[in-house]
Write a protein that binds this ligand. Structure first.
Ligand code: MG
Length: 203
């Protein structure tokens, strides 16, 4: 399986990192080794001093597809969750300045934990629901999918031009404003509307 990630999909987050709002989705990949096995913590890696959390809605692909039209994209997923696109911001800054690929900063082991997947049918409108991230009980990020620059269905259409989507592939759909550093000992909790779907400790 593969993990496809969208960058700068919320204008408020692009602005907080001084990035322009993109005309087409910014896309990068993470390998399967970026997942965290169930109930295990995230161990702070020794190659970075500035790991940031980015809370994102994650879509699980449930059908094989290529060149999927936007109007049919909804048939390719039944479940969503919340995940964290962990980013070594210090390394990413260095790579961005040199115009180099981001893999070391974005695709390292355990950089893409996800929570419990819930049926999308639980949500009235996939283009207008709330999600949030709490750290040690304090709300750090609040998002609503209506503020995505590219909707879930538009993302599926775009990325499937380049990558065949396979059953079990995950798409991280971008983070809203409010990203920041994590520290050893933090407890991360993620919610979709009122339902707690994500739980992770930093060790
Ligand atoms: Mg991200």
């Amino acid at each position: 399986m593969k993990i496809i990630c969208i960058g700068r999909n919320y204008a408020d987050h692009a602005a907080e990192l001084n990035n322009p709002v993109p005309k087409e989705p910014v896309v990068f990949l993470k390998p399967e080794t970026a997942l965290i096995p169930k109930n295990q913590p995230f161990f702070y890696p020794d190659f970075s001093n500035d790991i940031h959390f980015e809370a994102e809605i994650v879509v699980k692909i449930n059908r094989l597809g290529k060149n999927i039209a936007t109007q049919f994209a909804h048939k390719y997923y039944e479940e969503i969750s919340l995940g964290i696109d962990f980013t070594a911001r210090d390394i990413q800054q260095r790579l961005k300045e040199k115009g180099l690929p981001w893999e070391k900063a974005k695709a390292f082991d355990h950089s893409a934990p996800t929570g419990k997947f819930i049926p999308k049918s639980k949500l009235k409108n996939l283009n207008d629901f709330n999600f949030s991230l709490l750290i040690d009980g304090e709300t750090k990020q609040k998002g609503n999918t209506k503020n995505m620059l590219f909707s879930i269905d538009a993302i599926i259409a775009e990325v499937s031009k380049y990558f065949t989507l396979k059953i079990g592939d995950l798409i991280f759909t971008g983070t809203p404003a409010g990203v920041g550093p994590i520290a050893i000992g933090n407890h991360l909790e993620g919610f979709i509307e009122e339902e707690k779907v994500f739980n992770l400790k930093i060790r």
